[in-house]
Design a protein around this ligand. Structure first.
Ligand SMILES: [Zn+2]
Length: 127
């Protein structure tokens, strides 16, 4: 939850359970509309007007998942391209240091294990 004092513009982020405890400790009601009267101004100003705004946890989590998805699939794209080249040229490069003539099998193993762990691998990166 984001606690903002519209009087002095101070704000701080609270974890929901901690905020509920704070409201109760201050003798307040945890009802959504009245809880704000029991929350102190982050800067303890003289005339606080507190506003409580929920931070969408789901959105933050979705953002992290999207970031991980992009990171994994970009890594797989680099590996997949190197594995494809490995049949005809040495790919002892920074992205794939394998001494064998082809890196396709290790690549397939990496993808298989990622999928087994529930990670969404884009179709183009699937072996
Ligand atoms: Zn204030």
């Amino acid at each position: 939850m984001k606690v903002t004092c519209t009087s002095c513009k101070a704000s701080e982020v609270w974890e929901l359970n901690a905020l509920i405890t704070e409201v109760r400790n201050n003798g307040g009601n945890t009802d959504w509309h009245t809880a704000r009267y029991a929350v102190k101004c982050p800067h303890r100003c003289a005339a606080p007007i507190i506003k409580l705004v929920p931070i969408p946890f789901g959105r933050e989590r979705a953002h992290k998942q999207a970031h991980r998805h992009a990171l994994i699939n970009l890594s797989l794209q680099i590996l997949r391209e190197a594995a494809a080249r490995s049949a005809t040229e040495a790919v002892g490069t920074i992205e794939a240091r394998h001494p064998w003539t082809s890196c396709r099998l290790p690549y397939r193993c990496i993808v298989k294990r990622l999928i087994e762990r529930g990670i969404e691998v884009e179709k183009t990166n699937q072996p």
